[in-house]
Design a protein around this ligand. Structure first.
Ligand SMILES: Cc1cc2nc3c(=O)[nH]c(=O)nc-3n(C[C@H](O)[C@H](O)[C@H](O)COP(=O)(O)OP(=O)(O)OC[C@H]3O[C@@H](n4cnc5c(N)ncnc54)[C@H](O)[C@@H]3O)c2cc1C
Length: 461
């Protein structure tokens, strides 16, 4: 990530905070942008002055990955990432309060104004090119944003990830220049909402068996079929849709398309699903009844959709693995103060060894999961290494631990854990999704097992 990008992120966040007055807060140096005389000491001027920093930067450039990041990407430093985390925490304290999270859950409605707020704060294009409005900060940064948003609200964060990772990042990786410039700025500013539609009612884990058909016609393709469980589907302005261009071509007959559903004749969101958790992250069943898609809206290669899909799935699992991290932190945020203030038998319940054991387990599970997710993201940012088994492993581990932590949180709260006045039950309902969405725990184990089978194939023959 360039210092320019980070400065932009900080500036946007500061501008939003101060209602448009761009008070610059850069690495603890505060100055007003209205005074050109008081030129702020920026990160770049600090870097120019320090040979050690230059050497560090050069070393980082050597490791920077190219194919999964925008051109000229430089991995962020630990202090850049810490700064980003603080900014996102400021955002959630201001815009994504417990009241907003609870109302979103109870009403089962996404607060539509949140898209513009996320866009103004610079959070919708974390991995995207600066040229189209993104910040080009990479996957560690995206995990940080996802973790902090999930800590505040699991469902708003899930919708955020469907937009910023499943849709925006897929465009970043696969769209041509024309498509990027046409679609990404509005998605990154929050003016438009994005989604990705792969699953069907008959094709979840076995996604390659999808039945949605794209028939070539003059000037483009006609899509027919339906998609199920599509996050942001009821609200989306742009959906990346996978369909069969060669019906009996198996994995070699799938193509990805950019569909603008609101302008498309024949498109319907049949229903919004009523879910046990992630309520307010609007999930839809979508129907495509002879929807025309112009040929310039093919994303990637015709019949090359499975490559787009599988590569996207690795990075999707990685970024989504930060969701359970945020939920585990949220469970601790509830359980720690409660257990230290609630007294029974004249003693704070946190001082009973059986409850200490639960708190210690929650904390350890969170820290171990965090270490796995960020190590995997760092390998992507610094070495360009996307290891399928680690992307699947990080979310497999974090998701199951998050459900356990949420259950422990409820147990620690006793009766208050079982009533909706406290967020404990929402955290549990939200956490369970991560064992199912983006491939189930069973499929993730299968993916890891297959990686071993490949590695040790020479011993199996
Ligand atoms: C809230 C939510 C949001 C979602 N958002 C999106 C989205 O935005 N876009 C999108 O395309 N999809 C989305 N999905 C769909 C999601 O990816 C699928 O639900 C998931 O992949 C599982 O598919 P399925 O529901 O058909 O389950 P099935 O595939 O029917 O699986 C049922 C059970 O069988 C097990 N199973 C299946 N195959 C095997 C096997 N080979 N070995 C062992 N066990 C197996 C599964 O692990 C599971 O326990 C979302 C789902 C939910 C619930």
């Amino acid at each position: 990530m360039s210092s320019k990008a980070l400065s932009r992120a900080l500036l946007r966040s500061a501008a939003t905070r101060s209602g448009g007055v761009a008070t610059r807060l850069r690495f603890g140096v505060c100055s007003s942008s209205s005074s050109p005389a008081s030129s702020p000491r920026t990160l770049s001027t600090i870097q120019t002055a320090s040979p050690a920093f230059q050497q560090f930067q050069q070393q980082q450039k050597r490791y920077a990955s190219s194919s999964k990041h925008p051109k000229g990407f430089e991995p962020p430093s630990p202090s850049d990432l810490a700064e980003l985390r603080e900014r996102v925490q400021e955002f959630t304290r201001r815009e994504l309060t417990e009241e907003v999270a609870s109302l979103t859950d109870k009403s089962n409605n996404f607060p539509a104004e949140m898209w513009a707020k996320l866009g103004d704060a610079g959070l919708l294009g974390i991995t995207a090119d600066e040229e189209v409005g993104g910040l080009g900060m990479g996957y560690q940064a995206h995990c940080i944003v996802m973790e902090e948003l999930s800590r505040a609200s699991g469902s708003i964060a899930l919708s955020y990830a469907a937009h910023s990772q499943l849709c925006v990042n897929q465009l970043q990786l696969n769209a041509n220049e024309e498509q990027k410039h046409k679609y990404m700025p509005d998605l990154i500013s929050g003016r438009k909402v994005g989604a990705l539609a792969m699953s069907e009612s008959g094709s979840g884990s076995d996604v390659v068996s999808m039945r949605t058909r794209a028939k070539e016609v003059d000037g483009g393709y006609v899509l027919t079929g339906s998609k199920m469980w599509i996050t942001n589907g009821p609200d989306a302005d742009l959906i990346i849709v996978y369909a069969k261009t060669v019906p009996d071509g198996g994995s070699k007959g799938i193509t990805a398309f950019i569909v603008e559903p609101k302008a498309a004749q024949g498109f319907t969101c049949l229903r919004k699903l009523d879910k046990m958790g992630m309520r307010g992250s609007n999930t839809g069943e979508l129907v495509f009844d002879n929807v025309f898609v112009p040929k310039e809206n093919v994303l990637g290669q015709v019949n090359g959709g499975v490559r787009v899909l599988m590569e996207g799935l690795d990075l999707e699992r990685l970024v989504l693995s930060a969701g359970p991290l945020g939920l585990m932190q949220a469970a601790l945020d509830v359980a720690l103060p409660y257990s230290h203030s609630r007294k029974q038998f004249g003693t704070p319940i946190a001082q009973f060894q059986l409850l200490q054991g639960k708190l210690a387990d929650m904390y350890t599970k969170l820290q171990a999961s965090r270490a796995y997710t960020y190590a995997t993201a760092r390998a992507v940012d610094e070495q360009g290494a996307v290891r399928t088994q680690d992307c699947a492993g990080a979310i497999l581990y974090a998701a199951e631990r998050a459900t356990e932590c949420a259950l422990d949180c409820i147990q620690i709260l006793g009766g208050m854990g079982y009533v909706e006045e406290m967020p404990a039950s929402r955290i549990l309902r939200d956490a369970k999704l991560y064992e199912i969405g983006a491939g189930t725990s069973e499929v993730r184990r299968m993916v890891i097992g297959r990686a071993f089978n490949k590695e040790y194939a020479h011993l199996s023959n």
